[in-house]
Design a binder for this molecule. Structure first.
Ligand code: AMP
Ligand code: ZN
Length: 507
């Protein structure tokens, strides 16, 4: 099993109580880990057949916020984000990932590449993107499903031995009627499962579709799903393995169950994902793991609401997807996207627009400037203050990032707080918010006249001269000239201060 990363402080010294909303109980609960001082967390990762979009990014920034809150509260944490590089079928957009084509094989075919090349390309892009959003990738393990085929086969065999499986023409299926608690996540009742009527609850969005699509007529129950699929007769797949049931490949759900067991154990503290995974994928993970282990396997199920555009979920199939690169190509900092996510609570749907990202970009740059000024004026070491405790409590309360951001602005702007106190609050907030507030990027730095490009130094000097002689029209024209080149000028008692405009790299 993967060992816990080393932590400087003693394992037993955790501070404060964390509260998380648990989809399993439908309530906000105090976090009580399996082992005091330690936490294990698994987040369903991307299917690497194409680039992960900004909707997916919301799910990973959320997982990162949970991880950072745990670490800041003193926990040793093992965090796994898996890489799905086989077995995720196209039918899942209609509610059934047991049917359709393998997304990896389809993408490989379309692009004339090997599935492994596709997997490498999109895994690398995924890691690059989440790094730009300040995910601490050095402390996350990214296992690939194809590296755990034996573990998956073993788990299917165990389920087979316990009588949970049956064979059809195209694979080995899980008989959901054999698992008494099937559908317990999100509280799917027997009646709802039978009727397929789940429209009343947002989390159950896919269930109705799921029950209508029972394409494999040999399925015993509509909710049954493939654990192992046979390679189609007469066709060679790029990715296939021999198994006790013949040549084939694993179902998507078994991958997570097997990797969790191999890397984190048979019971873990936290499992995260988007709300679209509750109804099917996560109920199926529970059916598999608890079917084998015969005890609960996840203590806290945490789910993030959708990032939407115009009322529709951001998704590849709806063709309304944007990427981290779209943010940077518009001249904005990638952390503007992170700031935008943090403004909403993770359980609330969030509506994307370019105006909102531009506003986040502006706000983040202002925050960087405020933080940089505090670093300059705060002398000495900060002492623990009520404001710092309040900041930590806001974040420990179910990852309360909107409240924490609002409080951060309040403290930084309010002169009732000393520079030292402000710095203390920044030091508590930043390790969780992850907005680079302790080391703002170059754009946030105040520049002297001499640091401007040479030809702009005379423009800036001429503007100052015009301003002092009250020729405001000329001063404004010259200010505009600086702005078109990406520099903002502000007047202070000490003279003009220059900064780069948020959307500019300076020219
Ligand atoms: P997928 O590759 O579709 O399995 O998605 C990877 C992760 O992103 C899962 O946790 C999904 O629930 C999540 N996800 C997908 N689309 C969105 C969205 N529009 N908003 C928030 N999370 C999403
Ligand atoms: Zn999963």
């Amino acid at each position: 099993m993967w060992p816990f990363p080393k932590k400087k402080s003693d394992a037993s010294t955790t501070s404060g109580t964390l509260f998380f909303s648990n989809t399993l109980s439908g309530k906000k609960e105090a976090f009580i880990p399996i082992k005091p001082g330690f936490a294990t967390m698994y987040s369903c990762g991307p299917t690497v057949y194409s680039r992960a979009h900004i909707g997916n990014m919301r799910a990973y920034v959320f997982a990162d916020l949970v991880a950072r809150t745990l670490r800041s509260s003193g926990y040793h944490l093992r965090h796994v984000i898996n890489i799905t590089d086989v077995g995720h079928l196209t039918g899942d957009s209609k509610g059934d990932p047991s049917i359709g084509e393998d997304k990896m094989e389809k993408s490989a075919h379309e692009q004339g590449l090997r599935a492994s090349d596709i997997a490498n390309r999109y895994t690398d892009l995924f890691i690059e993107d989440i790094k730009l959003l300040n995910l601490d990738t050095a402390h996350i393990l990214f296992p690939r499903a194809t590296e755990y085929i034996n573990e998956q086969i073993k788990m299917v065999q165990e389920l087979e031995k316990k009588g949970y499986t049956y064979r059809t023409h195209d694979g080995i299926y899980y008989d959901t009627s054999k698992f008494a608690d099937y559908g317990k996540l999100g509280g799917l009742s027997d009646a709802e499962l039978k009727a397929g009527d789940a429209a009343s609850l947002e989390e159950r969005i896919n269930v109705a579709a799921h029950h209508r699509i029972a394409e494999n007529k040999e399925k015993r129950n509509p909710a049954d799903f493939a654990l192992w699929k046979f390679s189609p007769p007469g066709a060679r797949r790029q990715q296939e393995w021999s198994s006790p049931w013949g040549l084939g490949f694993p179902g998507w759900h078994i991958e997570c169950s097997a990797m969790i067991r191999a890397l984190l154990g048979t019971e873990i503290d936290i499992h995260t994902g988007g709300i679209d995974h509750i109804a099917i994928h996560h109920n199926n993970e529970i059916a598999q793991s608890e079917g084998v282990f015969e005890h609960p396997f996840v203590r806290y199920w945490m789910h993030v609401a959708f990032l939407n555009i115009g009322g529709e979920k951001v998704s590849k199939s709806l063709k309304n997807d944007f990427y981290v690169s779209d943010v940077t190509e518009r001249g904005m900092h990638p952390l503007a996207l992170r700031y935008f996510f943090l403004q909403a609570h993770y359980r609330s749907p969030l509506s994307f627009s370019w105006d909102a990202i531009a506003a986040s970009n502006e706000a983040l740059h202002r925050l960087w400037k405020l933080s940089a000024a505090i670093h300059l004026s705060a002398k000495g070491v900060s002492v623990s203050t009520p404001a710092e405790n309040k900041m930590l409590m806001l974040l420990q309360d179910d990852v309360g990032t909107p409240q924490a951001l609002a409080y951060l602005w309040e403290v930084l702007r309010d002169d009732e707080f000393t520079a030292k106190e402000k710095l203390g609050v920044l030091k508590v907030a930043e390790p969780i918010l992850g907005l680079s507030l302790m080391n703002p990027p170059e754009q946030a730095r105040q520049l002297t006249l001499k640091e401007l490009p040479e030809d702009l130094q005379s423009v800036a000097a001429a503007r100052e001269k015009a301003r002092l002689s009250r020729d405001f029209e000329k001063a404004d024209t010259l200010r505009e000239k600086l702005a078109t080149r990406g520099y903002r000028v502000e007047d202070s008692p000490e003279g003009p201060i220059f900064t780069m405009l948020p959307n500019s790299a300076g020219k």
